[in-house]
Write a protein that binds this ligand. Sequence first.
Ligand code: HEM
Length: 413
Amino acid sequence: MATLAREATRATDPFDVSRPELYRDDTWREPFARLRAEAPVHYVPESEFGPYWSVSTYKPIVEVESLPDLYSSEAGGITIANFDEDDPNAVRMPMFIARDRPVHTAQRRTVSPAFTPSEMTRMSADIRHRTAEVLDRLPWGQEFDWVDTVSIELTTGMLAILFDFPWEDRRKLTFWSDWAGDIEIIKNDELRQQRLMHMYECGSYFRRLWNERVNKPLQPDLISMMIHSDAMREMDDNEFIGNLILLIVGGNDTTRNTMSGLAYGLDKYPDQRGKLEADPSLIPNAVSELIRWQTPLAHMRRTATQDTELMGQQIKAGDKLALWYISGNRDESVFGEDADKLIVDRSNARRHLAFGHGIHRCVGARLAELQIGILLEEMAIRRMRVNVAGAPERVSACFVHGYRKLPVEISKY
Ligand code: HEM
């Protein structure tokens, strides 16, 4: 622990796990393993995102998420980036993931009906049909980028179905999501301005869809549900945009990067791929395991509302805590010494923290699982194996944990 404290005061703190290159170069495992072993709740005094506490094991992550009044989502937002927190001129786009009770409860209730088991059944035929179309267009025995051709295409299509969004414009959803979800942009004023412009474009596009659907009977798409809800009907423009962006980003980068992780991970562990190919009844469990193994959102952030204690560490009111799901999902005390390995029949894969925990636990979890499951099923029907054909290009950021490019070739098994 003493070593850790001394090293932590250096200019580049080796335990500052917010550094983007750790994710770009895929070198995050080692610092997190040390944090878990030596300092599961660790203070980082200086980082590009200011001081913060790193919470890196399973138990304290669950503890923090179970106490939403003590650890607020609203006080400082949900990512480690908070450059404009003290800027009174900053444009705020409130979204319910970054609200506390009671506003959070009311707004979450509005969108939850879009994700019930019966809605999943209703959407599954459409999702299966779109997935089959995408897979049937793939070139066999020829190199292509899995991220763009499969992961982005499928997740964007799923969002278009969810919003009943004009199909020909669906790539706009990807474009807006990429701008909204990139926390590195926050370090550059010009890019922040550009982002704001794109967010307003997104808002006005959706406002048009809203106007077309207002005063019409309730439909099962998310826009219609928002129109017909007391909690969301009266939102001002910024809150409207904020909540739309939440649903777009929430459903986009996450599912996309699990689908890319699926191709990468099964190739990396051929024994596991063989097991899954031989027994497709393992698919539901493999879906949870792939989400655990990839952990497409590396962290969520909370802000302490009062002085408190966490695993013996004194937390002060106003302190920022980064809850590293990416590390909690590698916690050896929960997932064993082989936590780092993808094991498609891992018995407790469903205990993963990738969807968070508590009142903010991912509202779209079922939809994400449905989509990833359908992708694996449709691959199995076609006896399609994805072989990685070159090094992946990874996202350089500590929030969205994923891939920009993944060259692959497909073959039959
Ligand atoms: C919240 C992860 C897919 C919409 C969250 C949270 C995480 C997460 C970590 C925050 C949990 C917390 O603070 O405790 C994921 C992952 C996904 C996924 C890993 C895919 C593998 C989706 C999809 C949608 C979605 C498909 C919708 C289209 C949301 C929304 C929230 C949320 C609206 C806010 C919930 C709240 O604050 O009550 N998700 N998500 N997510 N997610 Fe997801």
